[in-house]
Design a protein around this ligand. Structure first.
Ligand code: GAL
Length: 346
């Protein structure tokens, strides 16, 4: 009789003093000196995000203890955008009656508000992008009190297709990202700049030159172990491109969305911490279970993610199904993760 196959997968995180000497702490202040922590609407709410949902997330971030554990940004993803007015100023659609009032509310909770746009004429969900309105949009965001912008390539791809060579297409993209960086800086408001172009064209090499504080290294995560593991364990080799103010972003968390079991979500959270990844929760914070809260607020894991040295971990060995990952920490110790993705029969 065939025994059922059970897949084992776990990622054990430990802090080990391996006798390496202490090194100079990264002293850089400024924006995103540590990997940004917060929440983003896309993974759970998709196009259903609205003013009430965002307020509920801000309240839950406080009442759950997430704010006190370090989570700060409440980020509205795609589908907030409305039409431009007669002067070309972007307006929110009817789901967000007053973006400035919403920002004031989020700020009153001791949190910060993020928003989303595209360098193309349209966003991925076919809403209004910033193409040709970069400075105007940056000024609007600053006037609303926005603290974080995710800038998603999508609609610019049509422009890039008109280029004569791949190099010219690449330049169109780089110029577009730099243009928004200049626009954001000109406002004088500190706005974290998150590049989202799915990790193409070795973005980790040029992301800092266009002012990126973080850049997506992959396509979209989904709430499945295979998606999370492919992305997370696929980050090997990128550590040297990350540091204070400029982080690799393997995409938002799926913890609490229901598609993985408790061990898989622990693997997700631990791996993201080793990777010095932004910790942007992607679940509905207003309905989460005590187990989800406990995982998202696990102080030991967060301490690894937010370590002051800002050095991303990397894979140090892979033998069969066993992978060992390690991250050097500011006090001279290392966080070590051991993963087994083998199969066992019972
Ligand atoms: C995708 C992006 C997602 C989400 C979505 C919104 O391109 O990778 O994270 O922002 O667009 O339409």
């Amino acid at each position: 009789m065939n025994a059922p196959m059970m897949r084992l997968h776990y990622f054990v995180l430990a802090i080990a003093c391996l006798g390496i000497g202490p090194h100079v702490l990264a002293q850089q202040g400024g924006l995103a000196a540590r990997p940004p922590m917060g929440w983003n609407s896309w993974n759970h709410f998709r196009n259903k995000v609205d003013d009430a949902a965002v307020r509920a997330q801000a309240e839950a971030m406080v009442s759950s203890g997430m704010r006190d554990a370090g989570y700060t940004y409440i980020n509205i993803d795609d589908t907030w955008e409305g039409d431009r007015d007669a002067n070309g100023n972007i307006q929110a659609n009817s789901k967000f009656p007053d973006m400035k009032a919403l920002a004031d509310f989020v700020h009153s909770k001791g949190l910060k508000l993020g928003i989303y746009s595209s360098p193309g004429p349209k966003t991925c969900a076919k809403f209004e992008g910033s193409y040709g309105h970069e400075l105007q949009d940056a000024k609007t965001y600053a006037a609303w009190g926005i603290d974080y912008l995710k800038y998603d390539l999508c609609g610019l791809r049509d422009q890039m297709k008109t280029a004569a060579t791949p190099e010219a297409a690449h330049q169109i993209m780089v110029d577009a990202y730099k243009k928004m960086d200049d626009a954001l800086r000109s406002t004088g408001r500190p706005i974290v700049y998150s590049l989202c172009q799915y990790g193409n064209d070795a973005v980790w090499e040029w992301g800092p030159s266009v002012g990126g504080n973080l850049w997506r290294t992959t396509g979209d995560i989904s709430d499945k172990y295979t998606s999370m593991a492919d992305i997370g364990f696929g980050q090997a080799g990128l550590a040297r491109f990350a540091g204070p103010g400029h982080w690799n972003d393997p995409d938002m968390l799926e913890v609490g969305n229901g598609g993985m079991n408790a061990d898989e979500y622990r693997t997700h959270m631990s791996l993201w911490a080793i990777l010095a990844a932004p910790l942007l929760a992607g679940n509905d914070l207003s309905t989460m279970t005590p187990e989800t809260i406990a995982l998202l607020t696990n102080r030991d894991v967060i301490a690894v993610d937010q370590d002051a040295a800002g050095r991303e971990g990397d894979r140090v060995s892979a033998e069969g199904p066993i992978e060992v990952w390690a991250r050097p920490l500011a006090d001279g110790s290392r966080a070590v993760g051991i993963s087994s993705t083998g199969t066992n029969s019972h």
